[in-house]
Design a protein. Sequence first.
Length: 340
Amino acid sequence: MRYPTPLRPGDRIGVTAPSSGVHEHLRDRLQAAIHTVEERGYEVVVGACMDGAGHVSAPAPDRARELTDMLTDPHIRAVVPPWGGQTAIDLLPLIDWEAVRRADPTWMVGYSDLSTLTTPLTLLTGVATVHGNNLMDTPYHAPDGLLTWLDIVTMEPGAEFRQTPPNRYRAQGRDDYQTNPKANEFTLDTPGHWTRLDGDGDVAVEGRLIGGCVDTLCNLAGTPYGDIAAFARSSAPEGLIVYVEAAEHDAGTICAHLHGMRLAGFFTGANAVLVGRTRAPGIATLTQHEAVLDALGGLGVPIIADVECGHVPPYLPLVNGARARVVLSGDRAEITQTLA
């Protein structure tokens, strides 16, 4: 694995929207998020592909060119899109992957539809990426036990960091950025803990992290952009910890997605599976937890659900490519990541 140079005050961070842009009525929130980054001492450069009037910020060639330019610009040390969207998949054949591979590694951060880009970036170039809070989430203060992408991108290669869940989450709703663009405190109103789905007993497992959003990565499984099995063979002889999370598809759809991903080798080499907490609905005869077990229970590895790595606040950042150790025992739950 290759890890980008740690960010220091004065470094430049690029903002572009490779999927959905930011509508005018949310520009105040965008500025609040940019200000949060600038307060850390960074210079923020906003690209041209940011329009929020449609479902994408610009035509695919323009978005691919701007993202490639930022990832290969030696003066830009991290790329942090505002958020995801729906169709970042149209960029994959247009990105100059060879140029990105030759360039000095640059952090890329995000989740949701951005998994369509960050996961292939790690798989195709060997550069670590951060599955974590998007730019628009950045003003929020991380609860005790958790970090933000702003913390992780300052770490040296070889650094080790531990995160523990706060055991509370937001069950419903979200902040209205139009009326409260500077919202920076999570509303964590519901108790919630990590849940072992495949059985009882303590878990202590290690492996290299890879994964992302099921709703989008299901379209990449079995393609060159989502070849987890090849990654396991080349980069993770110790095995993988694969994480997945459902954004909004119902349990029947997620079940089918996970079955397809398993058949395509997405979970090959997995020592464990982490499943993000979700608000996505069940169906009459299947919950989201049951959907995961139906598709992945036969893997014979620990499956831990309700991890803070999805669309439900708060956010526990995971580094694609990092080595990780996951422990779940009694009232102890933690994940330790090493940038090695």
